[in-house]
Design a protein around this ligand. Structure first.
Ligand code: NAD
Length: 384
């Protein structure tokens, strides 16, 4: 018998547990608490680290291992916030134990495993989501609304970059640099996937074909790592062309995700480091449309939880994502990307918001493999 019966009048709290207490584990913790659900347990790289984190963060239970956490009878929803190579095993264990799962990106380090996990999620009927959270910036949602309602016109061109600098010095390192813990792709899987998910979501196009070059710089310690840079050209399934630069070695660029989509009527550009406005370009006057729920499209206004002039950002995206995912669990919504999500899809011009699912994330892992294969063979590759 399902403890979380869909639509129940007095639903019990969604007992949530978080595997991994690093940077993003703490962001999930904040978002879960903001959604009103209790965080009942946490795990870390060792039992001692889990105890320290639980005490520091005010979480009642420190699990000795993440395996124990994801299969615990006392947990309804599992958030997997560990290094990449552990995602697949924990997500599979959690789904088989009947949990709803939020798993960090990249979903897995290989496409076959990602597809198998997406199929398992569908078979279990559990909500299985991946935090491609830039979808939850109100002005990114505004861009999508303007594509969907035709104000942008047919999208002809997509372009942009995602740049960071935390690996630009020779001594810089992190578990992500290691091809086992991080996976065979680093820069693209880590951040390029965010850009591609966001631009596909905004435009409704799917990246169908890519040709990529990559670059890996020398690091202290000598071992060649995974790629620091990917630059690619792309074609979409609906005939648009595009380009993307992904880098983790661009001094001064901290988290510069920027895209532009150029339609037949207007161009729309969004910068996640300055997320309170959307550039709208036209042959007449150009505009910087400011975030103001009174004037935005319904999908963007829904995400604007404070009035204009009160800046929102990354943590608010996470909170909105978790709100939607936990709402879908409560509503008993299936895991498919086009399932109605709470608050979305109120008019024909505006389909359901669609929180990112394991299907979406598996697609990004397949795209990552196409990018790596293209760079290795110096040729165009289709995205399966
Ligand atoms: N969606 C996003 O915007 C976003 C942003 C940052 C990171 N991430 C993803 O989140 C994951 C974690 O990244 P991070 O930045 O928090 O890294 P981090 O290094 O800050 O934290 C990872 C933590 O996991 C711990 N750990 C290692 N093995 C573990 C295990 N088996 N069980 C529990 N904990 C374990 C490590 O000790 C570390 O404290 C990665 O997959 C990354 O790609 C996503």
């Amino acid at each position: 018998m399902d403890r979380i019966a869909a639509g129940s009048a007095n639903p019990p709290p969604l007992r949530t547990a978080i595997a991994g207490a690093g940077m993003i584990g703490r962001v999930h913790l904040d978002a879960v608490r903001r959604s009103g659900a209790p965080v009942v347990g946490i795990s870390a790289s060792s039992p001692a680290r889990a105890k320290e984190a639980a005490a520091e963060l005010g979480v009642p239970r420190a699990f000795d291992s993440s395996r124990e956490l994801v299969t615990s009878d006392d947990v309804d929803v599992v958030h997997i916030c560990t290094p990449n190579d552990v995602h697949a095993e924990l997500a599979e264990l959690a789904l088989r134990a009947g949990k709803h799962v939020v798993c960090e990106k990249p979903l897995t380090t290989g496409a076959a495993t990602a597809d198998a996990l997406a199929a398992l999620a569908a078979a279990t009927g559990r909500v299985a989501a991946v935090p491609f959270v830039y979808r939850y910036h109100p002005m990114a949602a505004e861009a999508r609304a303007r594509v969907l309602d035709g104000r942008a016109g047919e999208i002809r061109l997509v372009h942009g970059h995602y740049l960071q600098d935390w690996l630009s010095e020779p001594g810089d390192t992190n578990w992500r640099v290691d091809a086992v813990a991080g996976g065979p792709s680093r820069a693209f899987a880590d951040i390029g996937s965010h850009w591609c998910d966001l631009v596909e979501w905004v435009t409704g196009h799917r990246i169908a074909e890519v040709t990529a070059v990559s670059q890996t710089v020398a690091r202290d310690g000598g071992r060649p790592g995974t790629e620091d840079v990917v630059q690619l050209l792309l074609r979409t399934d609906r005939g648009a062309t595009g380009s993307l630069t992904v880098s983790q070695i661009s001094p001064g660029r901290k988290n510069r995700l920027w895209f532009e989509v150029d339609g037949a009527r207007t161009s729309l550009a969004f910068d996640q480091e300055n997320p309170e406005s959307l550039f709208v370009g036209s042959r007449g006057e150009n505009a910087a449309v400011l975030r103001d729920p009174a004037t935005l499209s319904p999908a963007a206004a829904r995400l604007s939880t404070v009035p204009g002039g009160h800046p929102m950002g990354y943590l608010d995206c996470f909170a909105a994502f978790v709100r939607d995912v936990h709402g879908a669990i409560r509503a008993g919504t299936p895991t498919t990307a086009d399932a109605p999500s709470p608050g979305g899809g109120s008019s024909p011009a505006e389909p359901a918001f669609g929180f990112p699912t394991f299907d979406d994330a598996a697609r990004m892992v397949r795209l990552t493999e196409a990018v790596l294969a293209s760079a290795a063979s110096r040729s165009w590759k289709e995205v399966s």
